[in-house]
Design a protein around this ligand. Structure first.
Ligand SMILES: [Fe+2]
Ligand SMILES: [Fe+2]
Length: 441
């Protein structure tokens, strides 16, 4: 088939002629007796409407205006509901402006032609009408296609969104379980550090909760400094373990004041800083804390041990621990209500000598608040309760020890679901012969 034939094929189609004069219908049929057109004829509007109902897809409707029962305009108007997309043409035998206006407004006609027609003109009009009809059909097809594709796109988008949501949920679930695992590991790690530090304090009862106090003061002091969470964790771990190297020191020497030690005793004692570092060296997560442990007896003026480091050569964490360590030791030996101020003055006297003058105010502020809180807690009304009667928010007023003397919670600790669970577990394994002393806040 040539291009021209294909074009004609497109232009051809189904056409319905309506006229009450049978002769006219005959000549119409003759005129369009062509393969490209499928011609239908009707002698009245009524018959034509029936044809439209029976046949689908009528491209063109050509109707005479003057017919006995139903005028052309009336028929064309009715045909719109049955065949809304057909292209309508009105033929009329005489000039009638009203019929023309009606044909456009009511009949929705494409063209208005006069009888008698010229065959060429009618053919051209019909062809133009088919072009118009095909355009409308193509437009309809494309619109439907666009709508369908839009719908498909919407569905794909929805599917994609669901998939993304599912993936996000899966990711967030695995993140959650990773986080829980991490938290568990982290808590185990912290528990191990606490257990180490408790072991040491079990031997030297005079230093009970010493490490815990230092850890808390140093943690509070570090809040005003720009340290990362990791650095603060290291600092707290080192505070708990700073004297872990003392585990190997004989009991007698452990209870001798530093100023009263013999040369030999002092040499042994001073090794605890290096031994402490060596003890944790094999644990990846504690290597940096080990560095702070090694240097917690260095002095700002360079007269400390083990390496005689000065000023900023001493790690900042070790400088903080040194001040808090000194405060706690002196505070234990002070009596009376002004103990905090007295110890504060002793620390200030060492500012620039043993201690970094820039860190002294930070540690003092934290220490004064911490020891004042501890004192006020022990003054509040105290109750002795069994572990199962304890509640979240109560404050431990005396150190809690297990039956065999392991320090479980330091005085001043606020109870929460976590430490309560640990406490209850310990009380089953190694119960004390008394309750836990608490105050309510
Ligand atoms: Fe020490
Ligand atoms: Fe210490």
């Amino acid at each position: 088939m040539t291009d021209v034939n294909r074009q004609e094929k497109i232009i051809g189609g189904r056409i319905l002629f309506v006229d009450d004069e049978v002769n006219i219908l005959r000549s119409m049929r003759r005129l369009f007796m062509d393969d490209e057109f499928e011609v239908f004829i009707a002698e009245s509007g009524k018959e034509a409407l029936q044809i439209l109902k029976d046949e689908d897809e009528m491209g063109i409707i050509v109707s005479d205006q003057r017919m006995p029962e139903m005028t052309g305009v009336d028929f064309l108007e009715k045909s719109k509901t049955i065949a809304p997309h057909s292209v309508r043409i009105l033929l009329t035998g005489y000039a009638d402006i009203n019929a023309a206006v009606d044909a456009v407004n009511r009949g929705g006609v494409f063209r208005y032609l006069h009888k008698p027609w010229k065959d060429d003109e009618l053919l051209q009009t019909i062809q133009a009408a088919f072009k118009y009809y095909n355009l409308i059909k193509e437009n309809k097809r494309l619109t439907a296609l666009v709508l369908k594709q839009n719908e498909q796109l919407k569905n794909w988008n929805n599917e994609l969104e669901t998939m993304v949501q599912e993936q996000t949920m899966k990711l967030s679930n695995s993140n959650d379980s990773l986080q829980r695992l991490n938290d568990k590991l982290y808590n185990n790690f912290k528990g191990t550090i606490l257990a180490f530090s408790s072991l040491l304090e079990m031997r030297d009862k005079s230093m009970r909760s010493h490490s815990r106090n230092i850890a808390e003061v140093v943690r509070r002091a570090s809040e005003s400094m720009e340290l990362s969470n990791r650095e603060i964790d290291t600092l707290v771990a080192a505070s708990f373990l700073h004297d872990i190297g003392k585990i190997g020191i004989p009991d007698l020497m452990l209870h001798t004041e530093e100023s009263k030690m013999s040369q030999h005793e002092w040499t042994e004692y001073s090794k605890h800083a290096v031994r402490g570092q060596a003890a944790v060296e094999g644990i990846d997560g504690l290597r940096e804390a080990g560095r702070l442990i090694r240097h917690h007896h260095e002095r700002y003026d360079g007269l400390g041990f083990p390496d005689g480091l000065r000023k900023n050569a001493i790690p900042v964490g070790a400088r903080l621990i040194a001040i808090a360590d000194f405060f706690d030791k002196k505070f234990r030996r002070q009596q009376g209500g002004s103990a905090i101020d007295k110890v504060g003055k002793l620390v200030e006297a060492e500012s620039g000598r043993a201690f970094d003058p820039r860190l002294v105010p930070k540690v003092l502020k934290a220490a004064k608040k911490f020891y004042a809180d501890k004192e006020s807690t022990s003054e509040a009304t105290e109750m002795e309760l069994l572990p199962y009667d304890l509640e979240d928010g109560m404050v431990v007023s005396r150190d809690v020890l297990s039956g065999t003397g392991v320090l479980l919670l330091g005085a001043g600790t606020v109870l929460n679901s976590k430490n309560l669970a640990t406490l209850k577990r310990y009380y089953q394994v190694d119960p004390a012969n008394h309750g836990v002393f608490v105050t309510t806040r």
